[in-house]
Design a protein. Sequence first.
Lengths: 245, 260
Amino acid sequence: MLPTSVAASVAFNPLLVFAALQTLFLFGTSVVVAYISLKSYLSGGSRTILLLGSGTLAWGSASMVAGWLLSPPGGPNIAVTISNSGSLFASLFFIASATTTMGASSFRDLKRRKSKLILAYGGAVSFVAVLTMFALLGATPAFFVPGIGSTILRQVVVAAGIFMFGVSSILFMRMYHGSRSGILFWYSMALALTTIGLAAFYFGRTVGDPIAWTGRIAIYLGGIYSLIAIWSAIQGSHGSPAGPQ
Amino acid sequence: MARNKTGIAELDEMLRGGFMDKDAVMIAGSAGTGKTTLGLEYLVNGATQFGEPGIYLTFEQLPDQIYRDAENFGWNLRNLEAEEKLRVVCTSPDLLLEPDGEEQLLGDTIKELRPRRMVIDSLNHLEMYVPHGDIRKESYRILMYLKTRGISPLVIWEAQQGLDSYAVTQAGMSFLVDCMLILKFVEIDSSMKKALVIMKMRGSDHDKRLREYEITAHGLRVRAPFSGYEGIITGSPHRSLTEEVAGAWDTAFTKTKHKQ
């Protein structure tokens, strides 16, 4: 691990590039996954899908907002707070999605499904909006102190997020072994890469140091893998097996 | 604005409250789609739920057949006739086509019953009795006769499967009516389903979506729209790419989990 002073001296934070990467690889991909999940939930009514879509949307929104708020007057604390709290919030949806055993709701109950969807997706986005507002107002506890580094709170939040992303990834991978569905494989890998990325953040000393970039690259790869999962769904919808052999 | 409710809640919702009063309505569809059932249900519900007596004019079936078939849906037409709420008129088209035929055939019944609704089953039978090209003129004459007497006519037209809407317009029948409902069979996911769509409704907004419907033990029941399918009207429905992907997504995450 790099000493804090060394990490700070090699930190690389091109703000616009970072914001664009966060928007493209995390928000963009999350919108695609959330949209497919939305269509899937409306037609099938699966709570697994609803939770998955909501988690993806929360993760993507928090990441994008954090990307654009990396350098406000108060320093990186706001971005770190939004990103880390958002990841913990999203991970709750993912683990709920992976563990829920509730079946689909009534086949014809489209109105209720729409209400639940608005509640879940709206709740996910609203949480990020409220979190952002509180963080900008300075009403959230400190996650990152410039010159010192991460607070205990941040370490706990990130560790919890790592645990839940990791468990979700393992559970989806377990499902993959039962079905050999490429969708499950790639989505589980996407979550695994996100877990690795968060782990890098956990061990990183400062924002934008090499370890943080390792984490970011892993998370961006996770975004790409979730798109590969969608691609597998496209292939699967045409009848070809999509699981890697 | 006055509306004639069909009594089928979902269909009335599609019609934004029901057919417009005194509008001529056409139900077009291939054999077995439930045109007669819908026509009868419209009359029975009118008589029993909305206090609107009706006449069922048929060239197709004998009264006993109609009573029997209606009984299967729980509609006792004999009782409704006894209560002066409905009249079943079984006749030959040529009687109706005679000069002043509609008055001779229906005049007395209209005076006695004061009907608000009437179903003519079907215009195809009438067509067999008129020279080629005269069906529009004769249909127009009959419909105007009914409308001027305060009756909302509903006519049934049997069209070829797959060509329903086009066959009706090709025959030049669609302009005669103010509202047109198309019933048709569609093959979806290897099973035969029934689809209903309101092709036109003059002077009113209406649901433009194709809706699934079923003929149940209690009559026709309209279900959810065929969302996510394309090409239903042309007879080769298929799910859109997004729906296909959403389906595969659901299968992967949900069906797998419930199998384990």
